[in-house]
Design a binder for this molecule. Structure first.
Ligand SMILES: *[C@@H]1O[C@H](CO)[C@@H](O)[C@H](O)[C@H]1NC(C)=O
Ligand SMILES: *[C@@H]1O[C@H](CO)[C@@H](O)[C@H](O)[C@H]1NC(C)=O
Ligand SMILES: *[C@@H]1O[C@H](CO)[C@@H](O)[C@H](O)[C@H]1NC(C)=O
Ligand SMILES: *[C@@H]1O[C@H](CO)[C@@H](O)[C@H](O)[C@H]1NC(C)=O
Ligand SMILES: *[C@@H]1O[C@H](CO)[C@@H](O)[C@H](O)[C@H]1NC(C)=O
Ligand SMILES: *[C@@H]1O[C@H](CO)[C@@H](O)[C@H](O)[C@H]1NC(C)=O
Ligand SMILES: *[C@@H]1O[C@H](CO)[C@@H](O)[C@H](O)[C@H]1NC(C)=O
Ligand SMILES: *[C@@H]1O[C@H](CO)[C@@H](O)[C@H](O)[C@H]1NC(C)=O
Ligand SMILES: *[C@@H]1O[C@H](CO)[C@@H](O)[C@H](O)[C@H]1NC(C)=O
Ligand SMILES: *[C@@H]1O[C@H](CO)[C@@H](O)[C@H](O)[C@H]1NC(C)=O
Ligand SMILES: *[C@@H]1O[C@H](CO)[C@@H](O)[C@H](O)[C@H]1NC(C)=O
Length: 402
């Protein structure tokens, strides 16, 4: 591990000194000053920060005060300017949809930005598709938060490459960040059909001290999306991390609310350039959501299953509780395994009661990586690629120090 942390701190120094985008970044000190509750909530915030206040009965009467997050987002110019939105405590029942390209910070007001449990803001939506009663429409409609340049680019679609996205679709947001916010889709308290809390495509998105909760398909990291999550909590049951893009989860908790499908269900596509699209879970915990449900889950939850054979996911240096199946990952189905020599369903130095070496070998679908095999994926900068060129190192938008 020393080599990884060394390379991360080197990168953060490099980013601060040389990346033009980081010059725009809000320092941690300034961010904390803005998030802290003060008599004038905007005290300590960057100039022109917008305020969202669920409690404000006639918010629009005041300049720069909004009663919903989406109304604040929609008031922003569709350009490359850096913008900030401070959100006061409350439950916001709405879908938030960000299409603008410029850096955008969504900040939750909090007395302790280092503690997820102290988050005061929850954004909630109630929608699902493909259930017994909903009818079927694209998963994109269901999401609580969407960051994508167009609706079509955010759709999941079907088939090996999903819904066609027109070639002239621009990149969406290149530096979206959310701090201390909870995103929930509570359509049903069990897995019945896709019910997204986050949908992001053609965008770079960072989440810090955020929670994402639903039961099925909770997080969609779609086409050409790069997403980084640190110190977050993701609670789900079935295929709750899925997509076509690249997701790095660091120092976070994955909470299993029951077992269904797999934790990860990635669909790599081989129609683009050579890529590192996949989901990487690093230095995190994979555990039953609570102790009441844990005993019934022992040995039953799969780390993942291949949405198609180009699935790539790696759990690295991560704790697994006893809920995990002896085989680790599973094939999609017995008659439709979707496993071939492109499939990378892997672990590197996972540990805890969920790690069973004999079980992994007997199961014959999980790759146990050597250090050499892990190296090409071993840091966010090695897996986040630039739009179109496919070059790696697209990580100036990552906050290494949240
Ligand atoms: C609503 O706005 C008006 C005009 O700015 C102000 O006088 C009034 O106090 C506000 N009411 C509330 C509940 O904020
Ligand atoms: C906005 O920023 C992106 C990414 O840095 C850049 O590619 C694009 O040309 C910029 N657009 C304008 C209008 O400056
Ligand atoms: C936000 O999520 C965390 C983690 O689940 C939880 O402890 C906290 O109470 C939540 N806050 C709100 C306002 O929902
Ligand atoms: C989910 O949202 C879509 C799009 O807005 C809507 O057509 C559908 O009726 C909603 N479904 C439910 C179950 O609310
Ligand atoms: C998001 O907003 C864009 C622009 O207003 C709109 O075209 C798109 O349909 C919206 N997407 C969703 C999922 O609501
Ligand atoms: C979005 O995709 C649908 C289905 O493929 C297509 O009918 C529609 O024309 C597309 N819309 C745009 C704006 O590209
Ligand atoms: C434990 O988690 C399950 C699944 O999310 C939930 O239904 C149940 O209410 C939770 N129990 C407790 C005691 O929190
Ligand atoms: C690419 O994926 C498609 C669909 O899964 C498959 O038919 C095709 O053989 C693959 N091509 C290569 C080179 O793997
Ligand atoms: C993968 O399998 C195909 C045939 O199914 C074979 O042609 C190819 O050489 C294999 N590639 C590797 C890297 O093993
Ligand atoms: C490990 O996996 C094997 C199946 O390959 C199983 O027989 C054994 O009971 C497992 N051990 C534990 C502790 O679950
Ligand atoms: C393991 O899986 C591979 C395909 O990935 C297959 O060729 C091989 O026969 C399997 N081995 C056993 C012992 O089932």
């Amino acid at each position: 591990m020393p080599s990884i942390s060394t390379s991360l701190s080197w990168l953060s120094v490099f980013g601060l000194l040389f990346s033009p985008q980081s010059c725009l970044a809000l320092s941690k000190k300034d961010r904390l000053a803005c998030q802290r509750a003060t008599h004038d909530p905007l005290k300590g915030c960057p100039k022109h920060t917008l305020l969202v206040d669920a409690e404000s009965a006639n918010a629009t009467a005041k300049k720069n005060v909004f009663s919903s997050i989406q109304s604040a987002v929609l008031s922003l110019p569709h350009d490359n300017s850096t913008q900030y939105i401070l959100i006061l405590p409350g439950q916001y029942t709405e879908q938030v949809n960000v299409t603008r390209p410029g850096p955008l910070y969504l900040l939750g007001q909090t007395s302790d930005a280092a503690s997820l449990a102290k988050n005061t803001v929850e954004v909630v939506w109630h929608n699902a598709t493909g259930t017994a009663t909903t009818g079927s429409y694209d998963n994109a409609w269901t999401s609580t938060l969407t960051i994508a340049p167009t609706f079509n680019s955010s759709t999941t679609g079907a088939g090996p490459t999903g819904n066609h996205v027109p070639d002239d679709t621009p990149f969406g947001n290149f530096d979206f960040r959310a701090y201390n916010l909870n995103f929930t889709n509570d359509y049903l308290p069990y897995s019945a059909g896709p019910s997204l809390a986050l949908s992001t495509s053609y965008a770079n998105t960072g989440f810090y001290h955020c929670s994402f909760k639903s039961y099925q398909d909770t997080i969609y990291v779609g086409k050409l999306a790069n997403s980084y999550m640190s110190k977050c909590e993701i609670a789900g049951q079935t295929d709750f991390l899925y997509g076509f893009g690249t997701l790095w989860i660091e120092d976070s908790d994955l909470l299993m609310r029951s077992c269904g499908g797999g934790i990860t269900a990635w669909k790599g596509t081989n129609t683009t350039y050579e890529n590192k699209f996949g989901v990487y879970i690093h230095q995190s915990n994979v555990v039953a959501a609570n102790s009441s449900i844990a005993p019934a889950m022992v040995g039953k939850c799969a780390l993942g299953r291949p949405w198609n054979a180009q699935h790539r996911s790696i759990f690295a240096n991560t704790y697994l509780d006893a809920s995990i199946k002896p085989s680790g990952y599973i094939a999609w189905g017995t008659t439709d395994p979707r496993v071939n020599n492109y499939t990378l369903m892997a672990e590197y130095k996972t540990y805890g009661p969920g790690w069973n070496q004999t079980g992994r070998i007997d199961g014959n679908v999980t790759h146990i990586l050597t250090e050499k095999q892990w190296q090409p994926y071993s840091s966010p900068s090695k897996v986040f690629q630039f739009f179109k060129s496919g070059k790696t190192g697209n990580s100036a938008w990552v906050d290494w120090n949240a």
